[in-house]
Design a protein. Structure first.
Ligand code: M6R
Length: 609
């Protein structure tokens, strides 16, 4: 849940590290630091705060060196402070480490190292790694790192450098991601590909229990026993322009506006406009194997979980296959009652979420057939699942997921259609209009986005409220959950998402003139019941902001305000109804002066359990 970066080349490492840290800042942003080797000395600069504070500190007093490490932190052990910021040193100050993850046995290790005379300066778990490497150092940094990590329990992506074995960065990983960039005479180690994109398209993803030794003449890969490994070099397709704001005030707003294209890109090449046939050959799920699937289990966290809930309705409605959806963080503790005809779909945009990964590993151990839906090619979850279906959303920088949610909906719609097709449940009469309507979703979304200004005005009017209820039924239930999550995570306001029918079982007690309700009411099978829920709220002085189809003439008789979206097949309505809720949350947060792209206490990729 932190970001690590390392550079070894001919340039001054500091600007490269800072540029990389800005791109990794979504992973953690409570403190940051860099270290470089120069004139046989390690120079370290650390600050409490954001990367911009580190940049200011380095402007005031610059550092220089062509071999360096950087880190942006999301605190786990030890409060955010300059001392607890990485890189961390050994006693002699001749070696430094940066680390992402948690060392579970750091306390006994620390006690032992203190008994042996090591002096600790921080409250972090990471510092034990520096002292362990110091303890084992006999002249070769990679050997010392290897010895040190054999004593560690937990999860780590770690990188170290030392003046006693200079011109070298040694990285190792078990758990959190680490990727090596292979440039022309320059090499990188990073928590993800974003910092590397601008320098080289050639990367190598480290697997668990693997090490990389970056040297001036190239990079060597080893396992934890020191056996050389031959690794595949991947060529990146994302480009650096994709991670710029392009004139938008925040990445989140830019990413909301990218949704029509992201849906087009995710559907493209997988669905035939003419025949309506869906092709998911890339997943390796053959029509024959797909036909034998009798149950689907979806596992995910946060926004991906909400996409999974919408996917349940897509699959059940189209393929008539029962689906259950579980939080990955909870499923790990279940008794895993799987059979070979259950397809387990694991959804993670980052492909690195620790809870989802742990659930995936448990499911694989129990023999389940797994399919990952992810946005990051070659990230751990799609690599470890038997099959992978990638969303084509491009890099998402805002911590709040927006465009990746839409891309996940598109992938799940494809999966539902593919299952229906394989099971012979896709008769042309019903399916053809549905498919044509799915293909029209991006255009309809563009129409919603041309009227985005209206949501800004609405947000202004709702600024005074501190509590919000979001209601929806059937496919709109996950939309209500997602709308509430967006508002709470970026504006820090209290918002609850509820299934419309559940309101009378408790939350109705909260309703008064100070608690507005956002009701998601497309014309679908639950429409009439939602109107009843709205009436119940109005009868208790609640204020209703309804999200409805533009051809709905009845809703004005019930709601105080109505946000309109183009009408579509009810099953696909989440694609359209979620967008005004994202914009509503965005504008409320922006007007409250919140840090929209990097909300407090959060990190984009939660790589700790
Ligand atoms: O990368 P993942 O899809 O596995 O991430 C899951 C959640 O951590 C993520 O969706 C989180 O809830 C976002 N902050 C939501 O905006």
């Amino acid at each position: 849940m932190c970001g690590i970066i390392g550079y070894l080349g001919s340039k001054n490492a500091v600007p490269v590290l800072l540029d990389g840290l800005k791109k990794l800042e979504y992973r953690g942003y409570d403190s940051a630091g860099v270290a470089v080797i120069r004139d046989n000395k390690i120079q370290v600069r650390r600050v409490k705060g954001k990367i911009r504070d580190l940049v200011e500190s380095l402007k005031a007093s610059p550092l220089e060196g062509s071999c360096g490490l950087g880190h942006t932190r999301w605190a786990t052990h030890g409060r955010p402070s300059e001392e607890n910021a990485h890189p961390h040193r050994d006693c002699s100050g001749t070696l430094v480490v940066v680390h992402n993850g948690i060392i579970e046995n750091y306390l006994p290790l620390k006690e032992e190292l203190i008994r042996e005379g090591h002096v600790f300066r921080t409250e972090t778990d990471t510092e034990v790694i520096a002292h362990l490497i110091e303890k084992h150092f006999k002249g070769s940094l990679e050997e010392a790192v290897m010895m040190a990590i054999r004593e560690l329990e937990g999860a780590y992506a770690v990188a170290a450098m030392s003046v006693r074995d200079p011109d070298k960065i040694v990285a190792a990983k078990t758990g959190p991601p680490a990727v090596v960039g292979l440039g022309e005479g320059e090499f990188f180690i990073s928590s993800d590909i974003n910092p590397i994109l601008g320098y080289t398209p050639r990367v190598v993803f480290l697997e668990d229990n693997e090490m990389a030794v970056l040297e001036r003449q190239g990079v060597r890969f080893l396992d934890f026993q020191g056996t050389p490994l031959s690794k595949t070099v991947d060529h990146l397709s994302w480009n650096p322009i994709m991670i710029e704001k392009k004139g938008f005030k925040h990445f989140m707003l830019k990413e909301i506006f990218e949704q029509p294209q992201v849906i087009r890109d995710t559907l493209e090449g997988r669905i035939s406009q003419g025949s309506g046939k869906v092709y998911l050959d890339e997943t390796g799920l053959s029509p024959r194997a797909t036909k034998s699937i009798e149950r689907v289990l979806i596992i995910a966290c946060g926004t991906s979980y909400h996409a999974g809930l919408a996917g349940k309705y897509f699959i059940e409605s189209l393929a008539q296959v029962p689906v259950s959806v579980e939080y990955a963080s909870e499923y790990r503790y279940h008794d895993l009652l799987l059979d070979p005809r259950t397809l387990v779909v694991v959804i993670s945009q980052s492909g690195e979420t620790a809870d989802t990964l742990a659930a995936l590993r448990a499911i694989k151990k129990a023999g389940g057939l797994t399919l990952a839906i992810s946005n990051v090619v070659n990230s751990t979850i799609p690599r470890e699942a038997e099959r992978a279906l990638y969303t084509h959303a491009g890099p998402e920088i805002g911590v709040a997921a927006t465009k990746t949610f839409s891309a996940q909906l598109a992938a799940l719609a494809l999966l539902a259609l593919y299952l229906a097709q394989a099971k012979g449940r896709s008769d042309e009469g019903t399916f053809s209009p549905l498919i044509q309507d799915l293909l029209r979703v991006p255009h309809k979304l563009e129409r919603i986005l041309t009227e985005a200004r209206r949501l800004e005005d609405l947000a202004q009017r709702f600024l005074a409220f501190s509590h919000f209820l979001y209601l929806g039924r059937w496919v709109s239930f996950p939309v209500a959950l997602e709308g509430a999550l967006k508002l709470k995570e970026i504006s820090y306001l209290h918002a609850e998402g509820y299934a419309g029918g559940e309101m009378k079982h408790g939350p109705i007690a909260l309703i008064d003139e100070d608690m507005p309700t956002l009701a998601v009411v497309p014309k679908d099978r639950a429409y009439e019941k939602m109107l009843s829920n709205i009436s119940e709220i109005k009868a208790r002085s609640g204020h209703i902001l309804a999200l409805a189809f533009e051809d709905d003439t009845e809703i004005v008789n019930y709601a105080d305000e109505v946000i309109r979206v183009p009408a579509c097949s009810p099953l696909w309505s989440p694609f359209l109804t979620v967008v005004p809720l994202q914009l509503f949350a965005y504008h409320i947060a922006a007007k409250r002066g919140a840090d929209v792209d990097q909300p407090r206490n959060l990190a984009k990729s939660v790589t700790v359990e």
